[in-house]
Write a protein that binds this ligand. Structure first.
Ligand code: ZN
Ligand code: ZN
Length: 496
């Protein structure tokens, strides 16, 4: 008997945590965070306490109460028992968006995590450069441990970093979890490395889409997945339906053309906001920059991610072909406008030596600051016509230094879909007004998800016996598949 239990992704966009149980083995498709549920209770300064292990998350309904999957340090810290063996045999990560991967942080380190190389690189960037205290995706820092003091009585706090059991999977190369034979199938989505999975079990053949689209830079990947999934004659398909209510798509090429022709009309600085991990969008604005004789300026964080992708088989620009922005941090010592006090004297930043100005930056940031292609706000101020400056919500403060004249702001990211995003959007508008930056936000964003017709045709082509709609708030739109003899089953949120 094969059981499929849904612990997230039901009547919500994201939060996928889907357990498949065979006779003697089980695994999860994804282990992500449900944004909307998390935002119902939490905000930037109201976060679950690490001190309560997983219990704050469980209390708020964010994590399911399942024995044998959570990390030892968190369980023992609150007096819960820790079984010797994990109760699941693996987690298949479809891609590295937080709504699919965030809660891997809470899992035991001996549960194998299966993912593509690109998904691995993105998690590495998140772990190395992120600010969240819940981002131990590849390594786990054992907390709440003490060891006897070497000298004297008592104990001292210790922390050890251990590797998770990470297994990078190759496209369409079979691997096994117990009697399940599994293949990862790359698909097109709004970040590199997204994969669907085709799972052949003793009783059922299951296809899981993850998140996908047909209108990005790599639609042939998704089309190949559809062909291969159809060949497998699946009995069960678990399909995303984020945009099943939508008819239209915008492509990256359309964004490139629209942005290039708009930017050509402006002489000032072009400020653009696009998702940091969407390297296809980075490529779009890199091309826009080439079309308009400008250079794309990216943040240290995006430079770190782009660097990880150098040398892999990809189409993204070379790190030396973009410009890296050095923000003022810490003491903010840049150039001759910033000073330190030496008794009654003023010491200008230029006189302090390179070593001193590096102190403001984290270790991973420092190597980039030595590059030739690094600029700061002064360069953007002096030659605004030469640049397209990527600036996300948290970087808006840079505008205070840059003071862009005759600039424009292009919003190339998703529409707000929750309260927090709407509040932030209003703040962005205030900043733009303050700096007289006209906003261009119509049709400069390509969604990571297929539209309704594409989803329905994909399911018809794959032709499973049953389909479970997930990652959607429009499950009823799947019903028309019943006319094709496909049974549509609404998943039910599993009560542990
Ligand atoms: Zn998602
Ligand atoms: Zn996604």
């Amino acid at each position: 008997m094969t059981n499929i239990n849904f612990f997230g992704g039901v009547d919500e966009i994201g939060g996928n945590k889907i357990r498949v149980e065979g006779k003697n083995e089980s695994f999860f498709f994804d282990f992500g965070m449900a944004f909307s549920k998390a935002n119902d209770y939490l905000s930037e300064f109201l976060q679950p306490r690490k001190a309560n292990g997983i219990l704050d998350f469980v209390e708020l309904g964010l994590l399911p109460c399942i024995k044998g999957i959570y990390r030892e340090d968190y369980l023992r810290h609150v007096g819960l028992s820790y079984p010797k063996e994990p109760s699941v045999d693996g987690v298949l990560i479809s891609h590295s968006h937080v709504d699919h991967v965030a809660y891997v942080h809470h899992l035991r380190e001996d549960i194998p995590i299966y993912l593509s190389n690109e998904s691995y690189l993105i998690l590495k960037a998140l772990e190395d450069t992120g600010t969240s205290s819940f981002s131990e995706y590849l390594h786990l820092k054992k907390t709440f441990y003490m060891s006897p003091k070497v000298r004297g009585d008592g104990y001292k706090r210790t922390s050890t970093k251990i590797k998770r059991d990470i297994r990078i999977v190759e496209p369409y190369k079979k691997f096994n979890i117990g009697n399940f034979q599994i293949k990862s199938a790359p698909v097109d989505h709004s970040l590199p490395g997204a994969s669907a999975f085709i799972v052949e079990g003793e009783e059922e053949t299951i296809v899981y889409t993850g998140d996908l689209r047909f209108h990005g830079r790599n639609p042939e990947l998704t089309r190949k997945f559809v062909r291969e999934a159809a060949k497998a004659n699946p009995t069960i398909m678990i399909s995303e339906g984020t945009r099943i209510d939508k008819k239209e798509n915008i492509s990256e090429d359309e964004i490139e053309q629209r942005a290039s022709s708009e930017i050509a009309k402006h002489k000032g600085l072009v400020v653009v906001n696009y998702p940091v991990r969407d390297l296809d969008r980075l490529l779009t604005f890199y091309k826009v920059a080439q079309d308009t004789e400008r250079k794309l300026v990216i943040s240290l964080k995006q430079a770190y991610l782009l660097k990880l992708f150098q040398g892999t088989d990809n189409v993204y620009p070379d790190l030396s072909d973009v410009i890296i922005y050095k923000p003022r941090k810490g003491w903010g010592l840049i150039g001759d406008d910033n000073f330190a006090c030496v008794e009654d004297e003023w010491l200008c930043a230029d006189k302090m030596g390179a070593k001193e100005s590096l102190r403001d930056y984290k270790k991973w940031e420092r190597e980039f600051l030595e590059y030739d292609n690094v600029i700061n706000y002064k360069d953007l101020q002096e030659n605004p016509q030469d640049y397209i400056f990527r600036c996300d919500f948290f970087e808006l403060k840079e505008l205070i230094d840059i003071k862009p004249a005759n600039g424009v702001y292009i919003k190339s990211s998703t529409e707000p879909f929750d309260n927090q995003m709407e509040i932030n959007e209003k703040k962005v508008h205030k900043w733009l007004k303050l700096f007289n930056l006209p906003l261009f936000d119509k049709e400069f964003h390509a969604s990571g998800h297929a539209n309704g017709q594409e989803i329905l045709n994909m399911i018809r082509d794959i032709n499973p016996e049953k389909v479970y709609p997930v990652h959607t708030v429009y499950k009823d739109k799947f019903k028309e598949l019943c006319d094709d003899g496909i049974e549509v089953i609404y998943p039910i949120l599993h009560k542990n």
